[in-house]
Design a protein around this ligand. Structure first.
Ligand code: NAD
Length: 354
């Protein structure tokens, strides 16, 4: 993926934690020039200046600058819709942080403006470039586990929700929107043509009453695949980042791609030495003997998250299709709404027919 020789000018709106990540990342991308930023916080305006970035005096001044080709929005979630619409109407291509909006209805308004203006509009679903995700997908696609029947994707921390706008529902707080948007997007990316039939879910309110500070969602796909997605912020002992279970083997994948694959080499050899516990005996749960089981390392994957921006430039130039497509983002938005509905009602939500 390359963007040829043409260079693009980009400006960042919101130079907080993630805005600064964009600043650092853009500095390492060929043919992408950071021409300025705007933040309502004077301290972040000074931060920009100290780091050699021009702080625009206002949002309007940034939008009025004809040199700006692309605007990256890294502001709190409730501002994504109005600021994206401003930028698109000003004739800018827009990279919006996740979650793209607070609802699928808001996203439709944004997408309509992007279409009307003919601008590139995409969302920073950067965790599509996470190597743990790419490893899990490669394991599934390789067939090494046989038909996969269950996947667990968990991100569990123990610090509660950061004490800022993320604690407020009207600002788009809560873990479904914060981390759920990544994990659900990854799963839908893994199985793009398997309709998602059912959603069951539950939310946690351990440290916060107003927004969910964790959730689980159980997804039932048309193929029979079951996926468990879980996010937590009060978990002092974690779980593996990924568990993938197939008929012929299992895989465990951690952050940083440590893990292993264990395969059954001979299903027919089924002699088991029962496990005896103080109160009983089980053959079913006895481990397999070494001659029918083999351990393998995980496949290697390499990714470069800068390809996100390279693709944006290529898409503006008409040389590539945008990777993070709005219909995919909309499907994830609808899924997050289904997760909330399932959690509130305690009932199974039927998601897609197809
Ligand atoms: N993709 C990822 O991996 C990832 C990671 C973290 C955060 N994010 C997303 O990035 C966005 C920002 O999160 P953050 O952690 O950087 O938050 P943050 O609070 O650290 O930064 C937000 C910044 O926006 C500024 N701001 C607020 N209102 C503004 C306005 N009207 N105009 C200009 N600036 C304004 C604030 O002053 C602040 O500096 C959120 O949407 C969040 O979900 C994405």
């Amino acid at each position: 993926m390359s963007n040829g020789n043409r260079s693009f000018n980009i400006a960042i709106c919101g130079l907080g934690g993630m805005g600064n990540w964009h600043r650092e990342t853009i500095a390492r991308i060929e043919n992408l020039n950071l021409v300025g930023s705007f933040d309502i916080d004077p301290a972040r305006q000074r931060f920009a200046e100290e780091h050699g970035v021009r702080p625009y005096g206002s949002w309007k001044e940034l939008l009025d600058d004809p040199a700006v080709d692309i605007v990256t929005l890294a502001v709190p979630n409730e501002l994504h819709r109005p600021l994206a619409i401003d930028a698109l109407r000003a004739g800018k291509n827009v990279v919006c942080e996740k979650p793209v909006a607070l609802s699928s209805a808001e996203l439709r308004q944004m997408a309509d403006v992007a279409d009307a203006m003919g601008m590139v509009f995409t969302v920073h679903q950067n965790r599509r470039w996470d190597e743990d995700f790419l490893t899990a997908r490669k394991v599934v696609e390789s067939g090494v586990l046989g038909p996969v029947f269950r996947i667990e994707s968990c991100v569990l921390g123990c610090r509660g929700i950061p004490g800022d706008w993320r604690q407020l529902p009207e600002r788009g707080g809560g873990m479904i929107l914060d981390w759920g948007v990544h994990l659900l997007d990854q799963i839908l990316q893994m199985f793009p043509s398997d309709p998602l039939r059912t959603v069951r879910a539950s939310v946690d309110h351990v440290t916060n009453e107003l927004v969910d500070d964790g959730f689980y969602a159980d997804l039932g796909f048309a193929s029979g695949l079951a996926v468990h997605v879980e996010v937590g912020t009060s978990h002092f002992i974690s779980k593996p980042r990924w568990m993938v279970f197939g008929r012929d083997g299992s895989a465990q994948i951690e952050w940083g791609c440590k893990g292993r694959i264990v395969r059954c080499t001979d299903h027919s050899k089924n002699d088991a030495v029962p496990i005896r516990t103080a109160a009983g005996l089980t053959k079913t749960m006895a481990p397999r003997t070494d001659d029918t089981i083999k351990e393998f390392p995980l496949p290697e994957v390499h990714s470069d998250v800068r390809d996100f921006y390279r693709n944006v430039m290529d898409a503006i130039d008409g040389r590539a299709k945008i990777i993070v497509k709005i219909p995919e983002v909309a499907r994830v938005m609808r899924l997050m709404e289904a997760v909330k509905k399932a959690a509130e009602s305690g009932e199974t939500v039927h998601f897609e027919q197809g």
